[in-house]
Design a protein around this ligand. Sequence first.
Ligand SMILES: Nc1ncnc2c1ncn2[C@@H]1O[C@H](COP(=O)(O)OP(=O)(O)O)[C@@H](O)[C@H]1O
Ligand SMILES: [Mg+2]
Length: 235
Amino acid sequence: MSQSTLKLNSTLMLLSCEKLTKRFQEANKQPLTIFENISFQLKQAEKVAIVGRSGSGKTTLLNILGGLESPTSGAVYFMEKDLTQLNEKEKSHIRNHQLGFIFQSHHLLPEFDALENVCMPLLIRGMKPHEAQKQSIEILKKVGLSHRIQHKPGMLSGGERQRVAIARALVTRPKLVLADEPTGNLDFQHTQQIYDIMLGLMEALNTSFVVVTHDLELASLMDRTLKLQQGQLGQ
Ligand SMILES: Nc1ncnc2c1ncn2[C@@H]1O[C@H](COP(=O)(O)OP(=O)(O)O)[C@@H](O)[C@H]1O
Ligand SMILES: [Mg+2]
């Protein structure tokens, strides 16, 4: 495929990875290839699950999609810009304005309460504290936590912490949410509840979603599932 065709394809998509390869090279060791020549495209509002065994490279791939790690080669077009060609400042701007991350373990700031954690990305953007609080309270209500806004993460249950993390990822109304086993530490009932909340909010906001999960039943709730195995991404 020519460079101009690649560019044209990528502009029709929200996210388009072209021939991504990731290798780790440690001193005096053979290079470790995690995946090679992976291509993958995501449309606006599309929801995709990535499944694969532990160690298959799912977290590495998700981090590359969000510009948190660099591939060894290949391109990641997000909203027509190749993330691999941007500097840290440009990438942070995109992460703060267009992307939401939900991690396996919530990554909330322990010394701040639920409301302050959710406000954080809005304040980083430069929103006035009063407005940031108003929007954060609104989304905390939507995830069913209006009675817990002044609780710090240590005073919340696992499911509640994960709901705060979802609120924080979605409060900025991102174009794309990347989630790495977001319910990996929760029991089945809480997992179902979290997915209902996440998918409901994203439906309302027209958000695209890439989720890494072990749970095939939950993967089946997405528009499609891709499998990462032996360094290749397939159906
Ligand atoms: N910084 C690193 N240096 C060397 N190897 C790494 C590094 N990060 C991840 N790996 C290796 O890459 C492989 C894929 O890791 P990861 O993406 O975390 O897999 P998964 O999320 O599917 O469990 C693993 O074998 C892991 O040990
Ligand atoms: Mg992982």
